[in-house]
Design a protein around this ligand. Structure first.
Ligand SMILES: Cc1ncc(COP(=O)(O)O)c(C=O)c1O
Length: 381
């Protein structure tokens, strides 16, 4: 049984890493064929705008190293990290900020270090795997509330809150696989009523929502009422890294307890500098970001007219055939007609919720979407 070849049956592990030859926000080249990229988190196209990257390298790049060679706790930090954390704290109007190596490191490190065995966590059923892993590592008592169902959360808080000293409520703001939005106002009301600590993961909203692109909490003016906001630079910002904005006390706690921060070499200074460069100079205007969201609404509206199961209110537009074979067939057909839309299956989504996750970026044009709808028309007349 120690031979790995005996560990799984054929078909048990259908996931694979696709061998693209090239990838931008607009286009993927796969098996020699050009495809419109409808699977990207590069929402603002910032990751591959060569003119911007070249300008950054010319103006700033030569000052920064490509390796940091230790955790910040072991061998100190550098001004560029502190400048990024100051930028974040100042713009989110929080006392402090802390940068992690990725959104994954942030979620696992923050949740597992803040919550302890004697605490209780209430999390939306659809929060990201990194939040779930953080919860498991914490050892805290754990309840999942039905997706975006505030009555269900309220009931669970009523039943279980008093059994534990501290309570945490966890949600994403824009959900990664459904593209819908959490009811942040209701979450804030409930966390106040039950004396809980609210953590919101803005991974898919940071860079896009709100007057300054800070996320959904900014859009709803709820940044001050949210105890801790998590974001990632790996999606709309086109860089790498995760972060928390929070109180100075919570930051001090994390610096002392968050194991992914303490025991992993920090990001290269050049990656931190690129993130700061993007944040200081490149988040597009509200008009450009709104244009992307209205493009997504337009697509959603037209897909709904075909009686397809479609959800969301954001740049993420999932089309949900439900079964795995139907989803694979749809994805394959779209591939044949020039679109890259990778299938999303369990366990990433619940059983019978398989889908293609259309994610729009500023590089995708109305003409691309019209062509997509023409293909869908032929498939779903
Ligand atoms: C909601 C959410 N949180 C966190 C992460 C992890 O972020 P990162 O890719 O920066 O590790 C992701 C990534 O897919 C995500 O969708």
């Amino acid at each position: 049984m120690t031979n790995p070849d005996t560990w799984f049956e054929d078909g048990d592990f259908p996931r694979r890493i696709y061998d693209f030859q090239a990838k931008t926000a607009k286009e993927i080249v796969w098996r020699g064929k050009k495809l419109v990229n409808l699977s990207s988190n590069n929402y603002l196209g910032l990751a591959d705008q060569q003119a911007l990257v070249q300008a950054f390298l010319r103006e700033e790049g030569s000052r920064y190293a490509f390796g940091s060679t230790s955790s910040r706790l072991l061998c100190g930090t550098l001004p560029v990290y502190e400048r990024l954390e100051s930028w974040l704290a100042e713009h989110f109007q929080k006392e402090a900020s802390l940068v992690f190596n990725s959104g994954w490191h942030a979620n696992t490190g923050i949740i597992s270090s803040l919550a302890e065995k004697s605490d209780i966590i209430f999390a939306d059923r659809l929060v990201h795997a990194s939040m779930i892993d953080g919860i498991k590592l914490s050892g805290a008592k754990f309840y999942r509330f039905h997706h975006r169902d505030m009555e269900n959360l309220s009931k669970l808080l009523r039943q279980h809150r008093s059994s534990c000293r501290r309570a945490f409520v966890l949600t994403e703001s824009i959900f990664s696989m459904d593209g819908d939005a959490a009811d942040l106002a209701a979450l804030v009301r409930l966390k106040d009523e039950y004396d809980a600590f609210l953590i919101v993961d803005e991974a898919h909203a940071f860079g896009l929502f709100g007057p300054n692109g800070l996320g959904l909490a900014e859009q709803y003016r709820l940044m001050a009422q949210t105890d801790l906001l998590i974001g990632t630079f790996s999606k709309a910002i086109g860089s790498l890294g995760g972060f928390a904005v929070c109180s100075a006390t919570v930051r001090r706690w994390l610096v002392n307890r968050a194991r992914p921060l303490i025991f992993s070499t920090s990001l290269p200074p050049i990656a931190i500098a690129w993130t700061l460069y993007v944040l200081e100079n490149l988040i597009p205007s509200l008009a450009v970001r709104n244009e992307l969201l209205s493009q997504a609404s337009w697509l959603r509206e037209h897909l709904l007219k075909k009686h397809l199961s479609v959800s969301g209110v954001s740049q993420i537009v999932p089309v949900i055939p439900g079964s795995v074979p139907q989803t694979l067939q749809l994805s394959e057909r779209l591939y044949e007609t020039g679109f890259c839309t990778l299938p999303i299956r369990p366990p990433t989504v619940p059983p019978n919720q398989s889908r293609i996750r259309l994610s729009l970026t500023t590089a995708i044009t109305r003409r691309d979407l019209e062509r997509l709808l023409e293909v869908m028309d032929a498939m779903f007349p």
